[in-house]
Design a binder for this molecule. Structure first.
Ligand code: ADE
Ligand code: ZN
Length: 334
């Protein structure tokens, strides 16, 4: 591995935009399909990988929801989460705030508790075995009505302490944040923080709506903010974090070429951008691979890499004291 790539792998990092269902590697998908006697529409692991060619977000989502059908038992959700955390350990990801999509599972008859208990146990074990800290974020699927999100919120209440925030994901265009104003208000009243996917495929106005109406603490993706210069100024002034996912953006054709990606330009302008993997099993890489892809295409400097890592802890929901400790550790690498 080239020296700078090794440096990027060793850099302590936090991941703030990761869908656990999107970390389901074809090998585990096959294993779980066998374990649960589910027939996959693919003959082999190679055939699964070959199907991962997407021209937009919806193309991907169709395959992603199909893949999630193999997840049935608490052990399956544990194994899924644990496999992701092993990758984190290998890549020196020291803190994670993953998403899960309960509706993808409860709509198939899987109890909410089965999903969250499996995930939670793996997160606990990662703290003990790997020293990886974590908070969990529950996402609402925006292609479904707000009433369904409200039902999900009710189902989550007995597990309130296992969740730090709610988010909004799935098909973006045509499903603006304003449709979810009430359920997000209810989530905040319950003490949860809020985040939302916005400005991935949808317009800059969806970013504004997420900030103004859903009172989010971070924007997931947000790369289309550049279409509204006033909004960019606002993001800089308020230091609103963007959890950017470079390989995802490439695979879903948000940018045609990594050399066209705007992440380092936003970083240099003072936007609090972070690097994340989104759905690594589908997009070709975890945290280190995302850092490397940006570094190689856009000539990332060591100073920029350290700033991106620092941003990832600063944009996290960790307490102030923990953020200060990570900042000190990262500054020592400069
Ligand atoms: N669900 C999983 N990955 C997603 C993405 N990149 N955008 C919206 N919803 C998602
Ligand atoms: Zn995402």
């Amino acid at each position: 591995m080239p020296e700078f790539h090794h440096f990027l792998n060793q850099l302590p990092k936090a991941e703030l935009h990761l869908h656990l269902e999107g970390s389901l590697e074809p090998e585990l998908m096959f294993k779980l399909a066998q374990r649960n006697q589910i027939t996959l529409p693919f003959d082999s692991i190679e055939a699964i990988r070959a199907a991962y060619e997407f021209s937009n977000l919806q193309d991907f989502l169709d395959i992603y929801y199909q893949g999630a059908n193999v997840l049935q038992t608490e052990q399956d959700f544990y194994d899924l989460t644990w496999a992701y955390l092993e990758r984190c350990y290998q890549q020196n990801v020291r803190h994670v705030e993953p998403f899960f999509d309960p509706q993808t599972h409860t709509d198939r008859g899987i109890p909410f508790g089965t999903v969250i208990n499996g995930i939670h146990q793996a997160l606990q074990d990662a703290k003990t075995k790997f020293g990886i800290s974590s908070y969990l974020i529950m996402c609402f699927l925006r292609h479904l009505p707000e009433t369904a999100a409200l039902t999900t919120l009710e189902q989550a209440l007995p597990y309130k302490d296992k969740i730090i925030a709610v988010g909004l994901d799935s098909s973006e265009k045509g499903f603006p944040p304003e449709l979810f104003e009430r359920v997000f208000a209810k989530a905040r009243a319950e003490g949860w923080l809020t985040v939302a996917h916005a400005g991935e495929e949808g317009p800059a106005d969806y970013i504004k709506q997420a900030i103004e109406l859903l009172k989010v603490k971070r924007i997931d993706h947000g790369v289309r903010c550049v279409e509204d210069p006033q909004l960019v100024e606002h993001l800089i002034q308020t230091q609103m974090p963007l959890t950017v996912c470079p390989l995802s953006n490439l695979k879903l054709c948000v940018f045609k070429d990594m050399r066209e990606h705007n992440i380092l330009e936003l970083l240099e302008r003072g936007v609090k951008v972070t690097i994340n993997s989104d759905d690594p099993a589908y997009f070709g890489g975890y945290m280190t691979e995302n850092f490397i892809a940006v570094a190689d295409a856009l000539s990332m400097t060591k100073t920029q890499a350290i700033q991106l890592a620092q941003n990832s802890f600063e944009a996290s929901f960790l307490p102030t004291a923990a953020k200060a400790t990570w900042k000190q550790q990262l500054q020592a690498l400069a």
